[in-house]
Design a protein around this ligand. Structure first.
Ligand SMILES: [Zn+2]
Length: 277
């Protein structure tokens, strides 16, 4: 983890991250039946680089590597290095790069590489954190951890073990030396209001920095396409409430696009709360 990132994280300023990579690659032809988005780091690098570039142009200061899913293709051993290279070539010292990991490939990221921090995201159960002990000797320890919730009636729960935002925040806060920040991303039937609710509930329990990467709603099938219902404008309208709730590392999950991040940038600049390199 870089000291520069740590300083930015504790500055209290809002660091704008990128939006979704996977759904952007699907729009460019990624076939999730036969390939993983990570395969594109080696077979379609120009598309991955282009998505990163569009997020930078939209005003993001922190990019995630395209490593959420494990690769399925034959280039498996090189894909993480390749993913880091694709981002690093576009960014200089005014940006941050986080190594992204979904819950299914934690071990891929034990390797040392030129990134500022590691994000373990879309964790759907508190029990994932018990697998983290191996990372103590990793250069990315402590990681940022981010959980996915689903809305059931009026309650918010983690899918795997019925943890609530409070039980997650209590665990992370109790073990705070093991975590850089606590987050919420994606999730079923989650909208901006639900994400804001999670952030408020985290903040009541912990003073750790909070990450929020809301998705653009739950996709609706129209013909053979899946459409994410929440527009850049509608999500950006709720951004002040998300920031007031306590989130300072902010980006977008599934269905968000460079247009969403550009709309977030505008709100952050208007509020004058953004981190500046
Ligand atoms: Zn997502």
């Amino acid at each position: 983890m870089s000291k520069r990132f740590l300083d930015a994280l504790h500055s209290g300023r809002v660091i704008l991250m990128d939006g979704a990579m996977g759904t952007e690659l699907i729009r460019r032809g990624l076939d999730t039946e036969t390939e993983s988005s990570a395969d594109w780091n080696t077979c379609r690098p120009e598309d991955v680089r282009d998505v990163h570039r569009l997020y930078l142009e939209a005003g993001a200061h922190c990019l995630l590597t395209n490593t959420f899913l494990p690769p399925l293709g034959p280039d498996r051993p090189n894909t993480v290095d390749r993913a880091v290279e694709l981002v690093s070539k576009l960014t200089d010292e005014q940006y941050f790069v986080m190594l992204d990991s979904g819950p299914t490939q934690l071990r891929v990221h034990e390797r040392s590489m030129a990134v500022d921090a590691m994000l373990l995201e879309t964790l759907d159960a508190l029990s994932w954190l018990r697998l983290l002990s191996w990372t103590v000797n990793s250069p990315f320890f402590p990681p940022v951890v981010s959980f996915s919730y689903r809305l059931v009636g009026r309650g918010l729960y983690c899918g795997g073990d019925e943890s609530t935002p409070e039980t997650v925040a209590e665990f992370v806060h109790r073990n705070r030396s093991c975590f850089l920040a606590l987050g919420v991303n994606c999730g079923r039937d989650m909208d901006m209001d639900a994400v804001i609710d999670v952030v408020r509930r985290y903040r009541k329990v912990t003073d750790l920095p909070i990450l929020a990467r809301p998705n653009a709603g739950t996709p609706i099938q129209i013909g053979d396409r899946w459409v994410y219902p929440h527009s850049p404008k509608s999500m950006a309208a709720k951004l002040p409430a998300l920031i007031e709730a306590g989130a300072t590392l902010i980006g977008g999950c599934c269905g968000t696009t460079p247009a969403h991040i550009a709309a977030f940038r505008e709100v952050i600049d208007k509020m004058g709360v953004g981190w500046k390199p």
